[in-house]
Design a protein around this ligand. Structure first.
Ligand SMILES: [Zn+2]
Ligand SMILES: [Zn+2]
Length: 240
């Protein structure tokens, strides 16, 4: 599978990542990516950057080192009502927004509450992608998540970092595989993301790819193989 776009990467601004935007884009160019989204952690997560950082993304170039830059964010879903941690007026100006559950900003709750957090976040037209579903620390009704993802046009991310042995979210393989099979059966497009916190991980989705191969997941459903289609499939674009 030839990945041409990475939709989930972090820079030093995230507080626990180690490369600059320039280093990330240089490497993206080197490995042949056409598009890369910068998606630093939103302000509710401790030690990440401030809201002002996201308000100023407009000063960044559209393209650097030949790679199209999508200016984005990885939002935190902070409660079962699906609230996220940046104001609408900031989000509207961005190219892409992922929303994820993280332990410090949403401690695992009941199955109903965890599921509700995802469902309500997906109703937000400015949430394009649910980041790393399948975290085994959250009990979630993924059939419901999948149904509402389809209904709202929210994309689900297959996150490489979630499958790295010894990683924070390890142990979710079976759940991730189940979500992958649902997408395959219904022919629903998905995205893959490296969730790189250091430049050498950019574009690396090898664990996701291995899982996809194991079930014969159709490449054409992976939007990262077609950056223009990926862009057109983002909810914020489709809503306009
Ligand atoms: Zn992170
Ligand atoms: Zn995350």
């Amino acid at each position: 599978m030839k990945i041409l776009a990475d939709i989930h990467t972090h820079t030093v601004a995230s507080g626990h990542a180690y490369s600059t935007l320039d280093e990330n884009l240089r490497y993206a160019a080197e490995i042949g990516l056409e598009m890369m989204a910068m998606t630093d952690h939103a302000p509710a997560l401790r030690n990440t950057t401030s809201a002002t950082y996201f308000a100023n993304l407009g000063i960044l170039p559209e393209t650097l080192h030949g790679v199209r830059l999508l200016k984005g964010v990885e939002l935190n879903i902070i409660n079962p009502s699906g609230e996220i941690d940046l104001p609408v007026e900031f989000l509207e100006k961005m190219d892409i927004a992922l929303a994820s559950l993280h332990i410090p900003t949403f401690p695992p709750a009941t199955r109903a509450e965890n599921t509700s957090a995802y469902l309500k976040a997906m109703e937000n037209p400015l949430v394009d992608i649910i980041g790393h579903p399948g975290d085994p620390r959250y009990d979630v009704d993924y059939k419901e998540v999948f149904r509402v993802a389809k209904e709202t046009g929210t994309l689900l991310e297959f996150n490489n970092a979630s499958l790295v042995p010894g990683g924070f979210r390890q142990g979710g393989d079976a759940i991730i595989l189940e979500i992958m099979k649902m997408a395959m059966e219904d022919g629903i497009p998905v995205v893959v993301g490296s969730d790189a916190h250091f430049y050498t991980s950019i574009g690396n989705v090898s664990y996701v790819e291995t899982m996809m191969k194991s079930i014969g997941f159709p490449e054409e459903l992976v939007l990262n193989t077609n950056p223009e289609l990926l862009l057109a499939s983002l909810k914020r674009r489709k809503c306009k």
